[in-house]
Ligand binder design. Structure first.
Ligand SMILES: Cc1cc2nc3c(=O)[nH]c(=O)nc-3n(C[C@H](O)[C@H](O)[C@H](O)COP(=O)(O)O)c2cc1C
Length: 388
C-alpha cells in the first residue's frame, strides 16, 4: 500500500499521494455562501493527508442549483472559496471543486421550468410546482457551455488546483448521456455518439478556457443502474472520447439520483431522517408513503464498482480514479493491483478525516464507517458529518 502514499502528478499538478476526497455534498453554506464550517472541513482533510480534496456541487449558474440556497459560482462565493483554497494549501493539500448543473433535478422555485435534454416528469420538484422540464434550445446549450467555462476560469484564478465536471449521477450532463432522459431527435440525441456530444462540448469549452496545464477531471457513470439507462458500453465510448480530448482523469461512479440514489453509495437507507428533512408537509408525506417503494436498497460490499471499473481500465489508458466502497488497506491493494492511478474516498473520510494517516501508521486496517448513511441526512440538516 506504500505505493499509494508516494508523490505523483495529475497533469502538471504535483500531489503528495494518490488519494482524492471525492465530492460529498457538505451543506455548509449561509444563504448559498461557503461558511467557516466548510473551510474547517477541508482544512481537516488536508491535515489528514488527503492529497486532493473536492468541494461538492458548485452550480455553474443560479439555474443549475437543485434548490434555492445551494451554492453557485459567482464573485461573492468565489471570494469565500479562494479563502478555502488558501487555507488548504497552507495545510499541505490541494483543492478541486465539482462543477455541475442539475438539469431537471430541481426544486428551485426561482426558475419557472428546469432545463433538460427533453421534457420529462420531475418527481423531485413536482411538489414545488416544477413538474416538467423544458427541452433545451441551442441558445440554452450555448449559455450553459459558457457558464461551465466561466465558472472553471473563475476558480482557476481563485487558486484552485483542478476542477471536476460532473457528468454522472443523473445531473444535466448525465441526463444527456442517458437514453432514459435524452429523447432528442436532433444531433444531441439517439446514438451514444449523439448523446455524448453536448457533454463533450462542455468539456472542450472548459478546457479551452482554462488552458492545457490546468487539470480538468470528469466524474462519469459506469452505468445508471437501471434498465434503459446509460450502460457500461456507453461508458467505454465516452471514456475513449474523453481520452482523445486530453481529459486529465476520469472519476468512475454510477447511479442516477432521481431513480437509483443509493446505487452510488450502497448500504442502509436512512428513511426516518429523510422524511424529517422534507422541506414541506407534502414532501414528508410523499416520502413516508412512497419512500420505501421507490428508493431501492443496494447492499454494501467493499470496492463495489471494481468489476465494472476494470472494464474501463482495459479500454482506456488515461488516468482513472477508482471510487466506491474503498474502506481498508486490503481494498486499496486490490485497486492498485487492478491498475488504477488514483483512489477516491467519500464516507470513510466523513467518518474520520484522519483515516489515511491512521492507515499509513498501521493504527487501523479498516474504516469504522458502517454505511448507515445518516451522513446523507446530516448534510441537509446542519452540514455533513458522521453520527457514529
Ligand atoms: C453524504 C453524501 C453526499 C454526497 N454528495 C455527492 C455530491 O455532491 N456529488 C457527487 O458526485 N457525489 C456525491 N456523493 C457520492 C460520493 O461521491 C460517492 O460516490 C459515494 O459516497 C461512494 O463512495 P464511498 O463508498 O467512498 O463513500 C455523496 C455521498 C454521500 C455519502
Amino acid at each position: 500500500m506504500e505505493r499509494a502514499f508516494k508523490s505523483c502528478r495529475l497533469d502538471a499538478l504535483s500531489l503528495k499521494n494518490s488519494f482524492i476526497k471525492t465530492a460529498t455534498f457538505e451543506g455548509m453554506y449561509d444563504d448559498g455562501l461557503p461558511n467557516q464550517k466548510l473551510l474547517n472541513h477541508f482544512v481537516a482533510l488536508a491535515k489528514g493527508d488527503v492529497a486532493l480534496s473536492t468541494i461538492s456541487y458548485g452550480a455553474v449558474s443560479p439555474e443549475g442549483r437543485t434548490f434555492k440556497y445551494q451554492m453557485y459560482i459567482h464573485d461573492e462565493s468565489v471570494q469565500k472559496l479562494s479563502e478555502i483554497a488558501r487555507e488548504v494549501h497552507t495545510a499541505g493539500g490541494k483543492i478541486s471543486i465539482q462543477l455541475t448543473h442539475c438539469g431537471f433535478f430541481s426544486k428551485n422555485t426561482e426558475i419557472k421550468k428546469p432545463l433538460a435534454p427533453s421534457r420529462v416528469f420531475n418527481a423531485y420538484g413536482f411538489l414545488s410546482g416544477l413538474a416538467f422540464s423544458k427541452s433545451m434550445s441551442s441558445e440554452d446549450m450555448k449559455k450553459i457551455k459558457d457558464d461551465f467555462a466561466n465558472a472553471a476560469l473563475k476558480l482557476k484564478n481563485a487558486g484552485f488546483d483542478a476542477v471536476e465536471i460532473h457528468m454522472g449521477h443523473g445531473y444535466l450532463l448525465s441526463q444527456f448521456l442517458s437514453p432514459w432522459s435524452n429523447k432528442r431527435k436532433d444531433q444531441y440525441g439517439g446514438s451514444i455518439a449523439n448523446r455524448a456530444r453536448f457533454p463533450l462540448e462542455v468539456f472542450k469549452n472548459v478546457k479551452e478556457k482554462v488552458g492545457e496545464d490546468f487539470p480538468v477531471l470528469v466524474k462519469l457513470n459506469l452505468s445508471d443502474g437501471f434498465k434503459n439507462g446509460f450502460t457500461l458500453e456507453d461508458c467505454k465510448y465516452v471514456a475513449s472520447l474523453l481520452e482523445k480530448n486530453a481529459c486529465s482523469a476520469i472519476v468512475l461512479s454510477g447511479g442516477f439520483t432521481s431513480k437509483t440514489p443509493f446505487y452510488l453509495m450502497r448500504g442502509a437507507i436512512p428513511l426516518k431522517g429523510m422524511i424529517k428533512n422534507g422541506s414541506s408537509f407534502g414532501e414528508k408525506i410523499t416520502m413516508a408513503l412512497f419512500g420505501p417503494l421507490i428508493i431501492k436498497k443496494y447492499p454494501f460490499k467493499p470496492n463495489f464498482f471494481l468489476d465494472q471499473a476494470k472494464e474501463i481500465r482495459k479500454t482506456v489508458g488515461l488516468p482513472l480514479v477508482y471510487l466506491g466502497g474503498v474502506d481498508s488497506k486490503e481494498g486499496i491493494e486490490e485497486i492498485l493491483d487492478a491498475g488504477f492511478d488514483f483512489i477516491a474516498i467519500g464516507r470513510p473520510l466523513i467518518h474520520d478525516p484522519n483515516f489515511l494517516i491512521k492507515l499509513e501508521r498501521n493504527e487501523i486496517t479498516r474504516s469504522g464507517c458502517t454505511r448507515c448513511n445518516e451522513c446523507v441526512v446530516e448534510m441537509d440538516r446542519s452540514g455533513v458529518r458522521c453520527v457514529i
